[in-house]
Design a binder for this molecule. Structure first.
Ligand SMILES: Nc1ncnc2c1ncn2[C@@H]1O[C@H](COP(=O)(O)OP(=O)(O)OP(=O)(O)O)[C@@H](O)[C@H]1O
Ligand SMILES: [Mg+2]
Length: 397
């Protein structure tokens, strides 16, 4: 019978954790690193003994491993050469520990790996070109007065490819991709959200080239509600300071912030002024719609389809890229169900047997799409679109 070692291991973990905390208190970075790694090692052993809590132990172990890398890395405490005002009166050790915690949080939760490439995006040629140019300029040798954009605002109706564009920018550049939803940082880290933002840009500088994608930036605006919380006010102020900060003179250090919103009219001057480039990401036109249909039916035979007719209908119905993707999926499912009527019965087969079978397919036909059109409804009206167009005319560019 295996011996249960979880008791002694737990005691060893507690001891190592205490020693880690002592080391942090004393500012002994080397020892703190060692102890953090020890904690991780013990947790990994515990994971072996405790099948039931395995995942949770491994997750904790990873946290300690990240922490061991973060210990002792200090925030650059100067902005434009002046020392930064310390906002809290916490003892230095405690503050250091707190910073390490935030940096670990950033590395664990906000860095995403992006595999999206430019060719996965239909239409939006101008936006793609602008982002590519920005990326290229940042990498080229150039006179000091020529600087790439630090921030680009993407605005437009839901589902038009804003998030996709940011992922493609990061994916094609192999940049570190930080994906941040302003509202969720606020709700999760309420009072500390400003610190999360400065830790975020600090890690972004270290990991450059970096793309910071700030989604739902409108949730930080002061315009929408008079009683905007102190926390979001501070978070916004920190973000604006980061966007104002000096451009790194080193030529290959791209840190591009792409912000996205569905409600650009809610943004106030403070935010807008940091994003001189504001790009309208509109609903797909016919040509773009065709491209998006092609992208979403890759690997299937579409020679029998009248793509022009499908594209035209989807433009008429004010479909977004997301609606088009759903349309294609629905059409594909219509075909699959027709060709494999007993699909649900196969659910009883063991997985290994299923792996040996293949799905029957046939070329997509117009009737698959006709059915699908009935199911996909755009939430937008002409009036909504006019509002975006008007804002784009007045403030875009
Ligand atoms: N231009 C496009 N080309 C290819 N696919 C697209 C395009 N636009 C949208 N899609 C599809 O729709 C999905 C949703 O798009 P995305 O998340 O980028 O929209 P969004 O503009 O960020 O929307 P939201 O404002 O709701 O966040 C994508 O994952 C993609 O499958
Ligand atoms: Mg999005």
């Amino acid at each position: 019978m295996p011996v249960d070692l979880s008791g002694p291991l737990m005691a060893a973990f507690k001891k190592a954790k205490k020693e880690y905390e002592d080391a942090v208190q004393k500012g002994d970075v080397e020892r703190a690193k060692k102890k953090a790694l020890e904690c991780a090692r013990i947790l990994r052993q515990l994971a072996k003994y405790d099948e039931f809590n395995r995942e949770s132990y491994i997750k904790k172990a990873k946290k300690w491993e990240t922490l061991s890398k973060e210990v002792g890395k200090r925030r650059r405490s100067t902005v434009r050469g002046k020392p930064m005002k310390e906002s809290s009166a916490k003892p230095e050790n405690e503050e250091r520990e707190e910073e390490d915690k935030f940096r670990a949080y950033i590395r664990e939760n906000l860095i995403a790996k992006s595999k999206v490439k430019w060719k996965d995006i239909g239409g939006l040629d101008e936006v793609k070109a602008l982002i590519m140019e920005t990326v290229v300029i940042s990498a080229l040798q150039r006179p000091e007065s020529i600087q790439p954009w630090k921030g680009i605002l993407l605005f437009g109706p839901p589902g038009t490819g804003k998030t996709l564009l940011a992922s493609a920018a990061a994916g094609s550049l192999n940049a570190t991709f930080f994906s941040v939803k302003a509202s969720s940082v606020l709700s999760k880290y309420f009072g500390e959200s400003a610190k999360i933002i400065s830790a975020l840009y600090e890690v972004a500088r270290e990991e450059a080239p970096s793309i910071v994608f700030m989604d739902e930036i409108d949730s930080l605006t002061t315009k929408r509600s008079g009683e905007q919380s102190e926390a979001s006010r501070r978070m916004l102020a920190t973000l604006l300071t980061e966007l104002d900060g000096f451009q790194d003179k080193k030529s290959d250090r791209l840190i591009l912030t792409l912000a996205a919103t569905n409600t650009p009219w809610d943004l106030d001057e403070a935010i807008l002024s940091r994003f001189p480039r504001r790009i309208y990401v509109p609903l797909p036109d016919r040509k773009a719609a065709k491209e998006i249909i092609r992208i979403n039916t890759r690997g299937l035979d579409i020679s029998k389809l009248d793509l022009d007719a499908i594209a035209e209908e989807s433009v008429k119905r004010l479909y977004s890229g997301r609606d088009l993707k759903n349309l294609c999926q629905a059409a594909v499912w219509n075909m699959i169900r027709e060709e494999n009527p007993d699909l649900h019965k196969l659910a009883e087969l063991p997985y290994e047997k299923l792996r040996r079978r293949s799905l029957r397919t046939r070329p997509l036909e117009m009737r698959d799409f006709e059915e699908a059109f009935k199911r996909i409804k755009s939430p937008l009206t002409r009036k909504d679109i006019e509002r975006y167009e008007k804002w784009a005319e007045e403030f875009g560019g």
